[in-house]
Write a protein that binds this ligand. Structure first.
Ligand SMILES: NC(=O)c1ccc[n+]([C@@H]2O[C@H](COP(=O)([O-])OP(=O)(O)OC[C@H]3O[C@@H](n4cnc5c(N)ncnc54)[C@H](O)[C@@H]3O)[C@@H](O)[C@H]2O)c1
Length: 266
């Protein structure tokens, strides 16, 4: 049984993780933390996440949470990650970090900690998306030349960044497989204005529609055939399940910095 503490437990990802525990065998939620000003402190985290009671109350006692666990899952805010990492280091506990947006100093603190702790750190924890990264690289390597590559990404209308980080990563994987420099090969079609596929380029088309959580399709086409690889996310649970799987995996690893490709053996 892997004992897990969740930091940022009342946030969108934290709540998705709390809801996902019941569908994963071999894991136990032992603690859940939030900022000391959070109004949910002292409440059952299952109830806060809109599911059944867990018996675990939301707390701001990070040290007690980490001590009770084998591993800490962190989905907080970039400024909180250094302190959480230092506490994990002090207690000798593994970590899974999903939090993004760390600056250079914060990143160095995490990297330094991996000399003594095993840490999985990945900007996209979805098992399906990480599998897609590996598949499109393999497809690009096999198809090699003569195919037009397009990446279509669709997200909800509130999304600020365009193209999505996942679309960019998919493009990097395709470029690796084709032996291209991604930055010079990538063309972004943000508004559907691009009519003709520029020769030898990887085109990313961004679409913003309703409340779509995240769809990505990578296609390879020529005059004879078209091959498409699609991933559709219905909810944040797809990311939460990846984080829990990473937590189960990381507890028995040597110190080091790992990503989801390592967790999935890709
Ligand atoms: N790796 C992935 O797959 C993935 C997926 C989604 C989001 N993210 C990233 O994860 C982070 C959280 O995303 P979110 O959508 O859940 O955000 P959110 O704002 O909904 O939740 C973050 C929570 O962390 C809490 N928090 C902040 N500082 C804390 C501290 N010191 N201790 C404990 N809790 C603290 C906040 O109160 C908040 O409830 C962001 O950096 C986001 O970009 C990563």
């Amino acid at each position: 049984m892997t004992r897990i503490a969740v930091a940022g437990a009342a946030g969108r990802m934290g709540q998705a993780i709390i809801r996902s525990f019941r569908s994963v065998p071999g894991v136990e939620l032992v603690a859940a933390t939030e900022m000391s000003v959070h109004k949910g402190l002292g409440k059952d985290v299952g109830v806060l996440a809109g599911t059944e009671k867990t018996g675990i109350l939301l707390s701001d006692d990070l040290q007690a949470a980490i001590t009770a666990a084998d591993v800490l899952i962190d989905f907080t805010f970039h400024t909180a990650v250094p302190l959480n990492t230092k506490m994990a280091l002090q207690c000798g506990r593994a970590m899974v970090i999903g939090t993004t947006g760390l600056d250079a100093v914060e990143t160095d603190i995490v990297k330094k900690a991996t000399e003594k702790l095993p840490i999985v750190w990945a900007p996209n924890m979805s098992i399906g998306v990480n599998l897609l990264f590996a598949i499109v690289k393999q497809a690009a390597t096999a198809l090699a030349t003569g195919y037009k590559v397009e990446i279509d990404e669709t997200h909800h209308i509130h999304k600020k960044d365009s193209p999505s980080g996942t679309a960019l990563k998919l493009g990097e994987k395709v470029a690796e497989g084709l032996g291209l420099d991604f930055k010079s090969a990538m063309v972004h079609d943000a508004d559907g204005a691009l009519r003709k596929h520029p020769e030898g380029k990887i085109v990313i088309r961004s679409h913003r529609e309703g409340e779509v959580v995240g769809d990505h399709t990578v296609s390879f086409g020529n005059d004879a055939e078209r091959i498409e690889f699609t991933h559709r996310a219905w909810s944040r649970e797809s990311l939460a399940l990846g984080a829990i799987r990473a937590a189960q995996w990381v507890v028995s690893r040597k110190p080091g910095l790992y990503d989801m490709q390592d967790v999935l053996g890709l």
